[in-house]
Design a protein around this ligand. Structure first.
Ligand SMILES: [Zn+2]
Length: 388
């Protein structure tokens, strides 16, 4: 086990900035560079903390910024031994510390810092994870589908992609969202694009305005710029296809796709081990992989009809009714989960479960374990927040 003095020593380097205003208020925690080849968010946070340092009087609450993968940031690589944004789960955090993985060490330190923040402050807490992408993109949010997350993120004039938790195993913000806090990711632009830094700054200032840490009027210009950058695509999207790229497989994305670009049914998207992958339907391409490291080839997304958003908001409180369906039963080990027998329940499309707030967490044999985030949401902690 890593010694606590070591944790404290490195945690100090991990912190980018911390500022507490004159008036009590929420605690905002920004993480940047959890992927070490994405330093734009780190620079943006440094710039924002520099700009804010003489304005404690105007600030309500506490803002904290920290680096995610310190060692990978030093080498400008996504990760050293394993992806730090794919290893967050209760099971993993209970395991003994593995000294052979650089990211295991990063995880222990980061988790220690987050726990310290949660015990030293009053909340409500907000968590934001800053990223960039390998392909060109307008800025957007990736959000685990809880009503609390939806309610908060609808204040951003940007595309919002729901349900990534069903496809990615172990992102840090899925884990923190399961603890009930508002937590989601912001993707500012392409790794190599210099304007990604300023886009992160617009996001950070807009966030300070939405949460009331700064007056919304003071940061309105940042929100307006985000709106222009979002090109009017402020909409909810759902992921419905994911191309996994296992390690040691040849994968080549068709060049020059832009994020959210429309693709036709049958259009060539990528080559995997010499085999063509064509789009199964009309869709929009999402996060195409244009770098060596990483095993998420691409996703396909589509806008979610407003009616579904409205319906899911109103029927989620009835989620227990789903266990009346044949092939669906409650997981006695975890009240937020149901177990779905895919042989019996194969006639129910996944969207039914999504409507009630469930997302597939794991497939074991012919059984899906699906998890509902609504039971964990600490919604009451946000009742007095200005956006609620
Ligand atoms: Zn990233």
């Amino acid at each position: 086990m890593i010694k606590s003095e070591t944790i404290i020593d490195i945690t100090n380097k991990r912190q980018i900035g911390r500022i507490t205003g004159a008036t009590p208020g929420p605690t905002l925690i920004f993480t940047a560079g959890i992927h070490g080849n994405e330093p734009s968010g780190v620079t943006a946070l440094e710039n924002v903390f520099n700009a804010l340092k003489n304005y404690e009087g105007a600030i309500k609450g506490t803002v904290i910024g920290h680096k995610g993968n310190l060692r990978a940031l030093n080498f400008n690589v996504r990760f050293i031994d394993e992806d730090l944004n794919r290893i967050w789960s209760k099971e993993r955090l209970k395991q003994p510390f593995n000294p052979h993985s650089s990211e295991a060490r990063e995880q222990v330190e980061l988790w220690q810092e987050i726990q310290d923040i949660l015990s030293d402050n009053n909340g409500p807490y907000y968590f934001f994870d800053l990223h960039t992408t390998s392909g060109q993109t307008i800025p957007f949010l990736t959000v685990n589908d809880s009503l609390l997350n939806r309610r908060f993120t609808k204040n951003y004039p940007l595309p919002i992609v729901l349900g990534i938790e069903e496809y990615l195993k172990g992102p840090i913000l899925s884990y923190i969202n399961e603890l009930g806090y508002v937590a989601f990711g912001f993707e500012g632009g392409q790794h190599s694009d210099g304007s990604s830094i300023i886009r992160h700054e617009h996001f950070i200032y807009t966030t300070l305005g939405i949460t009331g840490v700064l007056s919304p009027h003071a940061v309105q210009n940042h929100k307006n710029t985000l709106k222009e950058l979002g090109k009017g695509r402020a909409n909810y999207f759902e992921i419905f296809t994911y191309q996994h790229v296992p390690f040691s497989v040849d994968f080549e994305m068709k060049p020059s796709f832009k994020n959210f670009q429309k693709v036709k049914k049958g259009e060539l998207l990528a080559i995997l081990n010499g085999e063509k992958i064509n789009s199964p339907t009309k869709a929009q391409i999402f996060m195409p992989l244009y770098q060596q490291q990483g095993d998420d080839g691409f996703f396909l997304v589509r806008p979610i009809p407003r009616f579904f958003l409205w319906l899911s908001k109103h029927i989620r409180k009835w989620y227990k009714l789903l266990t009346l369906l044949p092939g669906v039963h409650a997981n006695s080990a975890d009240s937020s989960e149901i177990i779905v027998n895919t042989h019996v329940a194969r006639f129910f499309p996944k969207q039914i479960f999504h409507l009630f707030g469930y997302r597939a967490r794991q497939l074991k044999g012919h059984q899906y374990i699906m998890q509902n985030r609504e039971t964990a949401s600490r919604t009451a902690a946000y009742y007095n927040e200005p956006w609620f």
